[in-house]
Design a protein around this ligand. Structure first.
Ligand code: BGC
Length: 482
């Protein structure tokens, strides 16, 4: 989901029993999702402590500097995601995953040791390259190596791992902020919060070493013999291996020419704009305001101690993980749009409640309740579903391009949200900031009514045919004339 890939859905491939190696593959790619979440989540708990330490050393750590520290990772991720299409097609998926694991390792050490806020900003940018690369190549690799019938589930699991990574980062932040005794001092160890991530990064690097190369990439490079060897390792039936080679060859008949398609074909352009719109919407729901600044928001809501703020953040992270299961369970039963409508209503009302709470005396619990309900609304809808839609709306020969553009949009707007929140909070005040985010959900609801197709149960070929024949975007998921 986060990121995306091209899958060979055009040919039905017979399936045999799943070999254990497939689970190792899933585990390795899942650690990439976990790291993505860890690095996104870790900064929320570290801010107040790094601010104190750097200021004691004579540096000025204004809200603007904090925003740069948060957002540098997101802008790095934008570059990583844009460059990754090229890197992963020339170096191969496995080596690209290894590259991101190495950057994760070096970046985590760099952040932990950063002697000044500027170095920390630079290191967060560097680490962001790994996050962007992982966000693109891990789901791509998964979709190329997972057996056809497990593909959807494995890619959904990737999104789940992101939310788990965020939660684990919140828990680890709480531990180092409050309880860890290091060098005789209890708590406040922000460098450890950032540095500890070297461990999962090293686990990822080791797991990647055991991975097979992507058979699809090998075939794309004309290495059929090696592709066959890999498939023999990861599939159990000979007809499965042959079927898959056939399916990949079938897909390869459609060359990826997204950029020229974008320049020439107005119908394809519409899909790209739709993907961009969906990602802008996902980010402007305000989800990452909570992910990056929850302790600060809880402080504003009246929770004075850092312990309360951090545990509150952990609760929010947990709600985010659990609610993702709602989407996973219902997205193919109820369809994308009904869930999104429910999500927008929930998110709009809850943001409104948070805004109202900030305007009242003693309404801390209303604010927290609002944030929890908001997270349920997001995680069951826009969180996963925007990524699902973005993997469905592009015709095969433009899918790499479309997914690259929409993924980069996600990171750019993510960065903009990160870099503006504290300014909004200081400028408009907390109530108006949350009313603003809440009000936008109404616009997003209308956007979905007007422009977004329902794609539940429709083949990717049908969606592409409808799009390219000029049907309005809203109707490209229609199977028959209505
Ligand atoms: C979004 C991320 C967000 C995460 C929260 C993802 O779908 O793209 O920006 O941090 O969900 O769970």
């Amino acid at each position: 989901m986060a990121g995306g890939g091209v899958s060979s859905d055009s040919v039905e491939v017979p399936s045999g029993p799943v070999k254990p190696i497939v689970y190792i593959v899933a585990f390795a790619a899942a650690t990439a999702g976990l790291l993505f979440g860890l690095d996104v989540g870790v900064i929320s708990g570290a801010q107040q402590f790094l601010q104190v330490e750097y200021e004691a050393q004579g540096y000025q750590v204004t809200d603007q500097v904090l925003e740069y520290i948060v957002s540098a990772l997101l802008f790095g991720a934008t570059f990583g995601a844009i460059g990754c299409g090229w890197i992963s097609s020339s170096m191969g998926r496995k080596r690209t995953l290894m590259l991101s694991a190495i950057i994760f390792i070096l970046g985590s050490i760099g952040c932990a040791l950063a002697p000044s806020p500027n170095v920390l900003i630079a290191m967060r940018f560097f680490l962001g390259l790994a996050v962007g690369i992982a966000s693109f190549v891990a789901p791509l690799y998964l979709s190329e190596v997972a057996p056809q019938r497990l593909r959807g589930g494995m890619v959904s699991m990737y999104q789940l791992m992101i939310t788990i990574g965020i939660l684990v980062a919140f828990i680890s932040d709480t531990y180092f902020a409050e309880y860890a005794v290091i060098g005789g001092e209890q708590g406040g160890h922000w460098r450890w919060m950032l540095g500890i991530l070297v461990i999962p990064a090293a686990v990822m690097a080791m797991a990647v070493l055991t991975l097979p190369r992507s058979p699809r990439w090998l075939l794309l490079k004309g290495k059929e013999q090696e592709a066959r060897e890999v498939l023999t390792r990861i599939r159990s039936l000979p007809e499965e291996i042959e079927g898959e080679i056939e399916a990949i060859k079938e897909d390869m008949k459609v060359p990826q020419n997204g950029f020229s398609l974008f320049k020439q074909n107005p119908h394809f352009r519409r899909a790209v704009y739709l993907g961009v719109g969906l990602q802008v919407i996902q980010q402007l729901t305000g989800i990452n305001v909570i992910m990056y600044y929850a302790p600060r928001i809880l402080e504003t809501a009246g929770f004075a101690s850092s312990e309360q703020q951090l545990w509150g953040t952990v609760v929010l992270g947990l709600v985010n993980v659990l609610s993702t299961f709602i989407a996973i369970a219902f997205v193919d039963r109820w369809g994308r749009k009904p869930i999104m409508y429910a999500g927008f209503v929930t998110m709009g009302l809850s943001m409104g409640a948070v805004g109202a709470a900030f305007g009242m005396e003693n309404a801390s619990y209303l604010a927290v309740g609002g944030l929890i309900v908001f997270l349920i609304g997001f995680a069951m809808s826009a969180g996963p579903i925007v990524w699902i839609l973005c993997s469905e709306i592009y015709p095969l020969n433009g899918r790499d391009f479309g997914i690259t553009v929409s993924t980069a949009t996600n990171w750019i707007v993510n960065g903009i949200v990160g870099i503006t929140f504290l300014k909004l909070l200081n400028g408009l005040g907390p109530s108006n900031t949350f009313f603003l985010y809440g009000g936008m959900e109404i616009l997003f609801f209308i956007f979905f009514v007007l422009f977004v197709p329902e794609t539940k149960g429709v083949s990717l070929e049908k969606i592409a045919a409808n799009l390219l024949s000029g049907k309005p975007l809203r109707e490209i998921g229609w199977v028959k004339e209505q």
